[in-house]
Design a protein around this ligand. Structure first.
Ligand SMILES: *[C@@H]1O[C@H](CO)[C@@H](O)[C@H](O)[C@H]1NC(C)=O
Ligand SMILES: *[C@@H]1O[C@H](CO)[C@@H](O)[C@H](O)[C@H]1NC(C)=O
Ligand SMILES: *[C@@H]1O[C@H](CO)[C@@H](O)[C@H](O)[C@H]1NC(C)=O
Length: 420
């Protein structure tokens, strides 16, 4: 258990020593010495410090001579205020009947602790950080005790659900309401106990957390958006892992990139798995807003917040057929108003750079085609000659038999030798 009372523990020790030496039976809470606490509207009992239990005393309000409660009350060294209210706050004096011992008590009113509001965060897969705040202001000195225990989940190599012992959750040394579970196990669940304590009591909040639920990386850093010279519809975006994410091979991040022409209402979204992306459908000539977020590769937890927006404008020179025409821009704008498209992995190579193999294939196919063309020409030529010959023969040899070609194509319109 870790405690934020440390500043007050010195005081506690001092009180304890004072109590022992005075052998008083006043039950002591903690807080500044000489201060006792009560709740508005409730019965409050003040105790005369330095006086043993049962010793009759006189009670006065500080700087008032009027006797508040005399020794005949039967309450010994205690002063009873039936329904305390704010006018009862202040300093009281108690004095033994022989005036030998005089004690001073200050009454402060406030409320018992309420269950604190606790939430836990993890921006990496090593440490879980929990923060808290009071759910109700008590008006009293308050501290928090923080502890946790681990629960191995079944099916993670441990046969049964197995609880570790409670361990302190170390609190922020600067006094911020935060404690950190260092080197937490990724597949385990943790039960956090944050107990608010004040002089009127204690109130505990228990919270179960696991990396799987709370992991939320910080946004990627170093986003850069650059034009691609010669490509008026392309933008090249690159970024880096958040520095808070310890990089180990089996804990990677995936990314989500959004872009839109500046001032356009809707974002286009792609999910690159790497640290860069080429946007191929940017609107030529317009500056674009680009942002990126990250999430654990296994989908644990949630997406990070978006990185700050970075502006980029596509290159204005055009080397290729990517010349924008107004119709295209219009479709594109309409497109980008549609819901996010599924992740596309555009080919980052420029379109006009064919590789040598591709060029060879083109050459070979050209060769094959011209050969086929020649062959077809030769065949047609041969076929025509045969056909004419046959026509001549049939004219010579009697009544014309309508051949299947002759029925469709007049003989004089048959193709001649192809121009090659
Ligand atoms: C987690 O806490 C340990 C101990 O302080 C520290 O060494 C480590 O760098 C922390 N991990 C991250 C990712 O901040
Ligand atoms: C939890 O597991 C550990 C070993 O993993 C074992 O030593 C311990 O006894 C177990 N505790 C309970 C309560 O089962
Ligand atoms: C939570 O912590 C407080 C203070 O250490 C302790 O008194 C209480 O028993 C704990 N509650 C549970 C459920 O463990």
């Amino acid at each position: 258990m870790s405690s934020s009372c440390s500043g007050l523990s010195r005081v506690l020790v001092a009180i304890a020593i004072a109590l022992v030496s005075a052998s008083s039976s006043c039950p002591q809470g903690w807080g500044p010495p000489g201060v006792q606490y009560g709740q508005p509207g409730r019965l409050v009992m003040l105790c005369c410090p330095g006086v043993s239990a049962g010793t009759p005393v006189n009670w006065f309000r500080d700087r008032e001579s009027r006797l508040l409660q005399g020794p005949d009350s039967g309450l010994g060294h205690k002063l009873v205020l039936a329904r305390a209210d704010s006018t009862d706050e202040g300093t009281y004096i108690c004095r033994t009947l022989d005036d030998e011992v005089e004690g001073t008590v200050t009454l402060k009113l406030g409320y018992p602790p309420s269950r604190p509001v606790v939430s836990c965060q993890a921006s990496d897969y090593e440490n879980i950080s929990c923060t808290w705040s009071p759910s109700q202001v008590s008006g009293l000195p308050t501290c928090y005790l923080t502890s946790y225990r681990m629960k191995m989940l079944p099916g993670t190599g441990h046969q049964r659900v197995n609880l570790s012992a409670w361990k302190p959750c170390p609190q922020d040394p600067l006094g911020n309401p935060r404690c950190v579970i260092y080197w937490a196990e990724f597949w385990s669940q943790y039960r956090i106990n944050v107990t608010e304590v004040n002089p009127l009591g204690a109130s505990t909040r228990l919270l179960d957390v696991s990396f799987w639920d709370i992991l939320r990386p910080d946004p990627p850093e170093g986003l850069r958006v650059e034009s691609v010279p010669g490509y008026p519809r392309r933008l090249h975006a690159s970024w880096m892992y958040p520095t808070s994410w310890p990089q180990k091979p089996h804990f990677t991040l995936k990314f989500r990139l959004q872009y839109r022409p500046a001032q356009h209402p809707a974002w286009s979204t792609v999910e690159p798995i790497d640290l860069e992306e080429v946007i191929t459908d940017a609107v030529a000539g317009l500056p674009h807003e680009v942002r990126v977020s990250a999430r654990d590769f296994l989908d644990a937890g949630t997406w990070s917040t978006w990185s700050p927006v970075v502006l980029g404008t596509p290159s204005t020179e055009s080397l290729t057929n990517e010349i924008p025409d107004p119709g295209k821009i219009y479709t594109q704008l309409v497109d980008s108003m549609a819901p996010p498209r599924p992740s596309l992995q555009p080919d980052p190579r420029p379109l006009n750079h064919r590789d040598p193999l591709e060029q060879m294939v083109v050459l070979v196919s050209l060769g094959v085609f011209s050969f086929l063309g020649l062959a077809a020409g030769a065949l047609t030529l041969g076929f025509c000659c045969l056909f004419r010959l046959r026509l001549r023969w049939s004219r010579k040899d009697g009544p014309q038999k309508p051949g299947f070609l002759a029925s469709m194509i007049p003989a004089d319109k048959l193709p001649g030798i192809p121009d090659l």
